[in-house]
Design a protein around this ligand. Structure first.
Ligand code: ZN
Length: 301
């Protein structure tokens, strides 16, 4: 935990300084996971029966680069209303200033996938006009989430015609609207497949949660940290990789499960690797280990 700010937790991985910053929590009244799977055993549930999700943004300093992963900070509670209720922990500026940084110091922004809780704070306003909050940063966004190659690519092929009170078209429009000033300023980079964004920071395409979903490996030399985005929502999904959101179709669930197994095996092969996922209870540090019974298990760190 950083001095004076209990919502920022820093760890070092070789040359990489990784700060997990809580943007707050979201409360999901109607969790859309299959009731016959044991995800509830590892969920945080409040006295109203709502699932509480953390909202963890990573800010990474590595070499000359400052990289923000999944800028989940929202500006007011109205922005979070709709399907989700949320409470706010801090703004992007507060998290950055704890680290001695400002938004203009950020060189890169990574968005693991095109759901709004993972890109809320890319947009700012200046003189009442929308502008990029991280005005010097290249923004990496999965191409498949931006381009919507088939119906259901962003929300899931089993979702029917909407989610969160919105159609999938409206989800894509919102994504494009938030990134319009970034695109206009030449700061948008659509990512296809795997890519080393800067030395030591690599995006690995997984699909699953969305068609374009990526996880991020931060390799500081000697030790590494993985930011899993929404590859995992509950730690039960580590030991049972077949648990997934009911909005996904069977092919998407199969892709999610296969990608998890591949990523978990890679992480478990490195005894020092640490892991964070977006919706863990802050700060959410953990590791993924081989289980005696086969498969993997989550271990808090
Ligand atoms: Zn999410």
């Amino acid at each position: 935990v950083s001095a004076g700010n209990t919502q920022v937790a820093r760890r070092r991985f070789g040359a990489a300084d990784v700060a997990i910053c809580s943007a707050g929590r979201i409360f999901e009244a109607h969790p859309r996971f299959r009731a016959d799977r044991a995800w509830r055993t590892t969920a945080t549930i409040d006295d109203r029966g709502r699932v509480i999700h953390g909202l963890n943004t990573a800010i990474v300093k590595l070499g000359a680069n400052i990289v923000v992963i999944d800028p989940a900070f929202f500006q007011d509670e109205d922005e979070a209303s709709g399907f989700f209720d949320a409470d706010m922990a801090q703004t992007a500026e507060q998290a950055l200033s704890t680290l001695g940084l400002s938004a203009d110091d950020v060189t890169h922004v990574i968005v693991t996938h095109g759901h709004r809780d993972h890109y809320w704070s890319v947009l700012d306003t200046r003189d009442d006009l929308p502008c990029a909050r991280f005005g010097q940063a290249e923004h990496a966004v999965p191409a498949a989430d931006w381009l919507l190659p088939y119906p259901g690519a962003l929300l899931g092929t089993a979702v029917g015609d909407g989610f969160d009170g919105m159609t999938e078209g409206a989800f894509v429009t919102r994504l494009h609207t938030y990134f319009e000033p970034i695109r206009r300023d030449g700061l948008l980079r659509l990512i296809d497949g795997n890519c080393e964004l800067v030395p030591g920071i690599t995006l690995h395409h997984t699909g699953g949660e969305t068609e374009g979903h990526c996880v991020v490996r931060i390799d500081g030399g000697g030790s590494s940290c993985w930011y899993l985005g929404d590859l995992v929502h509950f730690t039960a999904e580590v030991s049972d990789p077949d648990i997934g959101p009911t909005r996904l179709g069977s092919q998407q669930l199969a892709q999610l499960s296969a990608s998890r197994k591949q990523v978990f095996a890679t992480i478990a092969s490195d005894p020092d690797a640490e892991v964070v996922y977006t919706h863990a209870a802050f700060p959410g540090w953990g590791s993924i280990r081989r289980a005696d019974v086969g498969g993997w298990r989550w271990e808090a760190r």
